[in-house]
Write a protein that binds this ligand. Structure first.
Ligand SMILES: [Zn+2]
Ligand SMILES: [Zn+2]
Length: 264
């Protein structure tokens, strides 16, 4: 399995997961032109995408879902209780390409399971993609990370987890109204660097690679996220680059390509 994040942040999110000769996309919140260009640079044709999985209805996750689905006949997958909310927002998706799920399901040989995240959306989901024990999980847009979610992430060789903000920068940001600060800091908002570190600590051992995602451009920097998280790990005897690897997804640039190889 290969994973590449095409862009992550409050202006758009999109992650590609490739199996042997097909891909799936998790969210398509970047402009369609940018997605097309990035796929092209990866030598991936949009027609190789067998499904777009939706985490939730916020525009930074669904902006180009309708256009991509219609243009390249890509099936779209969302939880059945999410479709009534999505209907008007991604009206371009042809009816025969709309798939609703309730529990885990398969796209070709990829087993896809979901878990609920606490966020101010109708429903927000994290995903685990599993091909014969090669496991990737993604969890962004969550106000806090309960044990039940940590359990879902455990054992995934690669995990993309949110590190949205630094609590101090956010609290002191003069450009953010109080109500917005409260929303982001609430249980239905976004995960801070510190919260993210506490999740990562629990993944050490089963997870090799962490990708930090959905960083705020206003209330965080890649350096700050990395340093805050590494310092919390280090206080707990965990060394980045030795016990676990941490990369940071970027709003504008594609991530590295991560490959999960089958254990023999
Ligand atoms: Zn959201
Ligand atoms: Zn978001």
């Amino acid at each position: 399995m290969k994973i590449v994040n095409l862009g992550s942040g409050s202006k758009g999110n999109c992650t590609l997961v490739a199996g042997n000769n097909f891909c799936i996309m998790i969210d398509a919140g970047l402009p369609i032109k940018e997605i097309e260009e990035k796929l092209d640079s990866l030598n991936v044709s949009p027609t190789q995408i067998r499904g777009i999985l939706i985490t939730h209805e916020h525009s930074d996750h669904i902006k180009s879902v309708g256009k991509l689905s219609k243009k390249y006949h890509i099936p779209v997958y969302a939880h059945i209780s999410e479709w009534p909310v999505l209907e008007t927002k991604i009206a371009d998706v042809p009816f025969n390409l709309r798939n609703g799920f309730e529990n885990s399901f398969y796209i070709e040989n990829m087993q896809i399971s979901t878990f609920k995240l606490s966020h101010d959306a109708n429903l927000c989901l994290g995903y685990t993609i599993n091909i014969d024990g090669e496991k990737f999980s993604i969890a962004t847009d969550l106000g806090y990370c309960p044990n039940s979610v940590v359990e879902k992430l455990k054992g995934s060789q690669v995990v993309l987890i949110e590190a949205n903000h630094d609590e101090n920068i956010l609290s002191n940001n003069p450009h953010y109204p109080l109500i917005l600060k409260k929303r982001i800091l609430s249980n239905k908002g976004h995960l801070s660097n510190t919260q993210s570190a506490n999740v990562i600590l629990q993944l050490v051992g089963g997870t090799n690679q962490i990708i930090l995602g959905h960083l705020s451009e206003e209330n965080n920097t890649p350096e700050l996220a990395y340093n805050t998280i590494c310092s919390i790990l280090s206080k707990n005897g965990i060394e980045e680059g030795k016990h676990i690897f941490i990369d940071i997804a970027n709003q504008h640039k594609m991530s590295n390509i991560y490959e999960i190889k089958k254990k023999n």
